[in-house]
Design a protein around this ligand. Sequence first.
Ligand SMILES: Cc1cc2nc3c(=O)[nH]c(=O)nc-3n(C[C@H](O)[C@H](O)[C@H](O)COP(=O)(O)O)c2cc1C
Length: 187
Amino acid sequence: MTDALHHLKRHSTPAKALTEPAPSETELESILAIALSAPDHGRLYPYRFISIRGDARYRLSEVFVQATRLREPDVDATYLAKQREKPLRSPLIVVVVARLEESEKIPEIEQMLSAGAAAHNVLLAANAMGYGSVWLTGANAYDDHVRAELEIAEHERIVGFIYLGTPELDIPPRVHPPVADFLSSWD
Ligand SMILES: Cc1cc2nc3c(=O)[nH]c(=O)nc-3n(C[C@H](O)[C@H](O)[C@H](O)COP(=O)(O)O)c2cc1C
């Protein structure tokens, strides 16, 4: 593998193994500049980003708790504690939000794919800068209470919560199946 491709190799780090330092504001701007280079039919930039760090993570933690209580009134204390802990695991969370525009030419699926590519660019750029990351969703990503608190509009979707920080563990990457399993030629 060439050195150039080596920089593109990545794997996730569990959120709880992501510690300080997180990308600084300036580094995050560089990461998001790479996100903006995602392929984009119609040049819609069909996404936006919300950065959550420091004390704001505690507010998000409360939002996750409230959302869980609303979804599951009889929820047990252990599960609730897990929800409370989620945003506190890593020093920085970037919420990737797809902004879906009504368009005859660019179907919603293409806008979602572009937002997904932007999210993946965040992972790749953070990785190239030596930071660890993981892209998570779960019930909170699709929850109305969470959406309201984060001010996600009707035409918007939460694509994922990207947890970022410095990996404190050297997690071994997944062993992928051979590429040949995924490739056929049509001729
Ligand atoms: C849209 C999306 C949502 C995801 N949500 C979760 C999630 O909620 N929980 C989880 O454990 N992994 C989730 N993942 C998978 C992880 O981000 C990660 O890719 C997976 O654990 C494989 O690890 P790797 O990235 O090191 O290959 C999601 C991935 C995508 C693309």
